[in-house]
Design a protein around this ligand. Structure first.
Ligand code: AMP
Ligand code: GLY
Length: 421
């Protein structure tokens, strides 16, 4: 069968890499893909990203299943478009994707269905937002309502930062429509984990646990990014926390969406804050897999992903079990010069080692130009190491990185530190 993966990042490379391993698969198309998916002979890049054009392509090529990586096409209704044309696709509809595309929708949903999350209020009036912050004090968290490519959340440690964030979004419209409404919420302390599951409308199948590193610099300093590294499994998600996340967050979400008349299908990612006493609260929902969490998760998946997604699209996830590599997988993101603000493009990348059983490179912001691999985005690639221990996996990843070069390359040296300490 032919499969289509929509997107161009490291997450999509990892999904396509895994899907291509299935015996049932002839071709995996990646639209639009990147330099890594271009180089892999089992994958084939397609220069399309418009949802309707992708549906035309899927129909013409007889694509049996489409898997969507990023949130933007999901929020734009790519699943609605494919389903109207009877094309099989795994992902949430435009309506269900609001769990990610509107923070206000997600917060109101959680409140209505008693899903644990931070206290909040939503504002579009500038003065009212400033007053609320003065009344609540810092630290406090300001979130743009809409999709803002990772730039929409400000964790303000001082009132000054909080007021500046409100002005940036509501007065100066720096985030456009996405920031025309803001959610202001209580600051939560604890350790974060990414809890990602497959959902078929009713049934849930949990993927292996993972943890991301959102800040640019070592020791969680510097600005927030899309994610600078991730590893799986995440020891912070103990069996008790796992059960609790399913019981308190995931199942009520799937049931709540169904009872609200918006059944949820697709990957569902709950960002969890785990307090020292083991209580969990939902920081956010994403209607897709995480990037870079997908890279270590796919590196560990032993089962056939095509089979799992096929069952998910048919509403039969209760018939699937997943098997995982017992090793830890740890991925380190190599980012371009000046990421995250104004990443430079066009730097030549050299020294990328060939994949082995315990070192895998997933590309993101790369492209082939005159036969050379060059940078073309903020997060350039993610190097995954696998070993029996977190430290061993870390060593494998950094060993590979030591061979790679491009001008301005930046990466964190401490990915996985919470699991090692
Ligand atoms: P979000 O996109 O909502 O997950 O926010 C991005 C990041 O901001 C999260 O991964 C957290 O590190 C941080 N964050 C979000 N909400 C809160 C909160 N209520 N308290 C503390 N940190 C938060
Ligand atoms: N790595 C965080 C995310 O994908 O949202």
């Amino acid at each position: 069968m032919k499969i289509l993966v929509v997107g161009s990042g490291g997450r999509e490379h990892a999904l396509a890499w895994k899907l291509a391993q299935s015996e049932r698969v002839q071709t995996v198309y990646v639209a639009p893909g990147n330099g890594g998916t271009a180089k892999d002979h089992r994958l084939s890049n397609v220069p399309l990203s418009d949802p309707a054009a992708l549906a035309d392509f899927a129909e013409k090529e007889g694509v049996a299943l489409t898997v969507v990586g990023p949130e933007v096409p999901l929020a734009a209704g790519i699943v609605n478009i494919f389903r109207e044309r009877d094309l099989k696709i795994f992902g949430p509809t435009r309506e269900a994707a609001q769990l990610e595309s509107s923070k206000d929708f997600a917060k109101a949903f959680m409140k209505r269905h008693k899903i644990p999350t931070a206290e909040y209020q939503t504002f579009s009036d500038l003065a009212a937002a400033h007053d609320y912050i003065n009344a609540k004090g810092a630290p406090i968290v300001i979130k743009a309502d809409g999709l803002a490519a990772g730039k929409g959340v400000v964790v303000a440690m001082t009132l000054e930062e909080a007021h500046a964030a409100i002005d940036m979004m509501l007065a100066d419209n720096k985030l456009g429509d996405a920031g025309a409404r803001v959610v202001i919420e209580e600051f939560l302390a604890g350790e974060e984990a990414s809890f990602i599951v497959l959902v078929d409308g009713k049934h849930v199948l949990a993927l292996a646990t993972s943890q991301d590193h959102k800040r640019l610099l070592d020791a969680d300093q510097g600005p927030n990014t899309g994610g600078m590294g991730a590893y799986s499994p995440a020891p912070v998600v103990t069996p008790e926390i796992h059960a609790r996340a399913l019981r308190e967050v995931i199942m009520p979400t799937v049931k709540g969406m169904e009872s609200d008349g918006i059944p949820y299908t697709g990957f569902l990612y709950a960002g969890l804050m785990i307090a020292p006493d083991g209580k969990i609260k939902t920081l956010e929902f994403n209607c897709r897999m995480g990037d870079p969490e997908t890279q270590p998760i796919m590196a560990r998946l032993r089962s056939d992903l095509v089979n799992a997604l096929d069952h998910a699209v048919d509403g039969k996830l209760d018939q699937v079990e997943l098997e995982w590599d017992r090793r830890t997988a740890l991925g380190v993101v190599l980012a371009a010069h000046h990421y995250p603000d104004t990443p430079r493009h066009g730097d030549v990348i050299t020294g990328v080692p060939a994949d082995t059983d315990d070192q895998i490179t997933f590309h993101a912001g790369t492209k082939l130009q005159d036969g050379k691999l060059v940078t073309s985005g903020g997060r350039v690639m993610c190097i995954v190491g696998l070993a029996d221990t977190v430290r061993g996996a870390q060593q494998k990843a950094y060993e590979a990185i030591n061979q790679i070069h491009f001008d301005g390359m930046q990466y964190r040296k401490d990915i996985g530190y919470r699991a090692i300490k």
